[in-house]
Design a protein around this ligand. Structure first.
Ligand code: NAP
Length: 285
């Protein structure tokens, strides 16, 4: 049996090409350059790298991106004021906050302050509610990239046993809702799950987003399964995911590598959401 290794970079490139064409059309129709604003608080090395990659992707497709950089000591109120200004600025078509933010600032409050129509990450309670109820509009970028990969590989999710190892608000919870909306049978595991492999080894599709190298080994996966590794960890040997890739790839049917799997598709998913927020802004003015 040959295992298929998903090429996330290629999928991301296909998405960027489509977005590039769409932006040319939209810009000639609405005469406004799609412009997004990113709020960055403090200096987190992995956030900086992600931001750089996203900025490059924006540039490639014709999206202008502005940064608002704040020191770690900024107050929550000042950040909220900055978001409110961006909400009412007609030249800004989308807003992102780079997470994590310092502990004295509530991530939830920032997410709630971003206007739903400009909410690139789809994490505002309104957009999350739409995701949960099946009336999907702006889907959080990482879950969107997982769905994109599944669709790209022509997976029919109906009735499939899917296990997600992560229950964060950014990844596991919205992803579970999206998969339920597509009639998969979904199990969500987390740090308190007893005997993780009891669940993961029965999954037709296993999605892991923990950030622990080699958490998922051969005995955690079902023969011929589809394994999607969202985890990103910087180790001495380089960047890796949650899955013991060399071992697991011998057993499963299809697998995403790290790097070169989910990561690049997540950046392209952010671009897709930027098109949505742009349309929300220009089509209702
Ligand atoms: N590829 C991409 O595009 C992309 C995008 C976003 C994030 N990521 C990566 O995905 C990973 C998770 O990100 P996140 O923001 O969701 O982080 P997070 O909030 O820390 O979530 C980690 C999840 O894993 C669970 N967990 C921790 N240890 C576990 C264990 N031993 N067994 C089972 N579950 C365990 C946690 O459960 P508890 O909450 O109960 O502790 C939590 O649900 C990170 O490596 C991050 O870099 C990648």
């Amino acid at each position: 049996m040959t295992t298929k290794i998903v090429n996330g970079r290629e999928i991301a490139k296909e998405i960027r090409n489509k977005i590039f064409e769409e932006i040319i059309e939209l810009q000639s129709k609405y005469k406004a350059v799609p412009t997004v604003a990113t709020i960055k608080i403090g200096r987190d090395p992995s956030s900086e790298l992600y931001l750089k990659l996203r900025d490059n992707a924006c540039k490639e497709v014709g999206i202008a991106s502005n940064h608002l950089e704040f020191d770690e000591s900024i107050s929550e109120k000042e950040v909220i004021n900055a978001i409110n200004q961006l909400n009412s600025d007609a030249t800004i078509h989308g807003i992102l906050v780079q997470y994590p933010v310092p502990n004295h600032i509530s991530q939830d409050k920032l997410m709630s302050t971003i206007h739903p129509k400009k909410d690139i990450e789809g994490l505002n309670p309104y957009n999350m509610g739409r995701t949960l109820s099946g009336n999907e509009h702006i889907i959080p970028c990482t879950p969107l990239s997982v769905l994109t990969i599944l669709e790209h590989e022509n997976m029919d999710l109906k009735g499939e046993d899917v296990v997600i190892v992560n229950h964060s608000n950014i990844v596991g919870k919205p992803l579970a809702a999206l998969l339920l909306n597509r009639n998969a049978t979904v199990t969500v595991c987390h740090v308190f799950t007893k005997e993780l492999k009891q669940y993961t080894s029965k999954a037709d599709i296993l999605i892991t987003a923990v950030g622990k190298p080699k958490l998922i080994t051969n005995e955690h996966v079902k023969e011929n399964a589809f394994v999607i590794d969202v985890g990103i960890v910087q180790t001495k040997e380089g960047v890796c995911g949650d899955v013991d890739f060399d071992l697991v790839k011998e057993k499963v049917g299809i697998i995403t590598p790290v790097p070169g799997g989910v990561g690049p598709v997540t950046i392209s998913s952010a671009l897709r959401n930027m098109i949505k927020t742009y349309k929300n802004c220009v089509e209702c003015t």
